[in-house]
Design a protein around this ligand. Structure first.
Ligand code: CP
Ligand code: NVA
Length: 333
């Protein structure tokens, strides 16, 4: 593995990396996962201090960064939305300069992608995107590691994303999938198709990698022969007033056993970045069911709990891949 072009870099979006660089993160994650399972330590960030900035809630991303930091010998410091002045009483530029004087690396989860770009521009240390409204690139790495573990490869995999086709996860999977040579298909209502510039970018990558990009509102066409069906919540963080609208648009795109059967592929896997609305065990889920009579949303409980579902492997892989990103960009490998 060659890390020379990754050292000192930020990790903000898939589009900033070559195919080889992106695959290097996944290979390193495989190695680090194997070492962790064998109890081999890998303290590549010994003595470093890492700031974890969160403007939105998180379970997986926060825990993955925290555990990965500690496994790598670094100290993580969580800074929630009410803990610092970021953009409220101090400009992002000034905060970035201060954080860069004290920390060796910064993770950011928030709303506008511009903020994470400004942190990277002004802090002078590697900045890692833990999700913005536009991209969720550490999720893509975990998802592709999970695909590789199940199919032994990424190239040519028929990867179908069904649901809100223009959210952060869809954007990232579309561009990331095209970058590594997958047959990426987005199935969503036309009003939720990804932005044209994201589609164009993905098509450019697909032309170079031998991948393929399809954007369609036709579910049957999209899922035929699928290796992977992926979905995400119908309403992302910050859009909570859109439940009624999205339910009416996206109900035909629910991942259920009928859709799984339409793939014609018994070995297909189901992926979801999580959290998922697959039952009534959440306050949101119960509220939606009361108002709209919908006991499950983007995926049925049956599919979520089926043997096709690899969602918890995927969640674990967040940690191994985030560790790889930090080690490759900041570590002494
Ligand atoms: N998938 C994901 O990013 O989960 P969290 O929101 O819990 O971090
Ligand atoms: N699209 C979702 C992803 C959560 C991990 C959101 O932004 O809320």
């Amino acid at each position: 593995m060659d890390f020379t072009t990754l050292k000192g870099r930020s990790f903000l979006a898939e589009k900033e990396f070559s195919r080889e660089e992106f695959l290097t993160f996944i290979e390193l994650a495989e190695k680090l996962k194997d070492e962790k399972k064998k109890g081999i330590t890998h303290r590549h960030l010994e003595g470093k201090n890492i700031a974890l900035l969160f403007e939105k809630p998180s379970t997986r991303t926060r825990c993955a960064f925290t555990v990965a930091c500690i496994d790598l010998g670094a100290h993580p410091e969580y800074l929630g939305k009410d803990d610092i002045q970021l953009g409220k009483k101090e400009s992002i530029e000034d905060t970035a300069k201060v954080l860069g004087r004290m920390f060796d690396g910064i993770e950011f989860r928030g709303f506008e992608h511009k903020k994470v770009q400004m942190l990277a521009e002004h802090s002078g240390v590697p900045v890692w995107n833990g999700l913005t409204d536009m991209w969720h690139p550490t999720q893509t790495l975990a998802d592709f590691l999970t695909v590789k573990e199940n199919f032994g490869k990424l190239e040519g995999i028929k990867f179908v994303y069904v649901g809100d086709g223009r959210n952060n996860v869809a954007n990232s999977l579309l561009v990331g999938g095209a970058l590594v040579g997958m047959d990426v298909r987005i199935a969503s209502p036309e009003s939720l198709f990804p932005e044209q510039d994201v589609v164009e970018l993905a098509k450019e990558y697909a032309a170079q990698s031998g991948g393929k990009v399809t954007i369609t509102s036709n579910v049957d066409e999209a899922v035929a022969g699928a290796d992977v069906i992926y979905t995400d919540v119908w309403v992302s963080m910050g859009e909570e007033d859109k439940f009624a609208e999205r339910i009416s648009l996206l109900s035909p795109y629910q991942v259920n056993m009928e859709m799984v059967k339409k793939t014609g592929n018994n070995d297909m896997i189901f992926l979801h970045c999580l959290p998922a609305f697959h039952d009534l065990e959440t306050a949101y889920g119960r509220d939606i069911n009361e108002k709209h009579g919908l006991p499950e949303m983007e995926v049925t409980d049956e599919v979520f709990r089926s043997n096709h579902s690899k969602v918890f492997d995927q969640a674990e892989n967040r940690m191994h891949t985030i560790k790889a990103v930090m080690a490759a960009t900041l570590g002494n490998l």
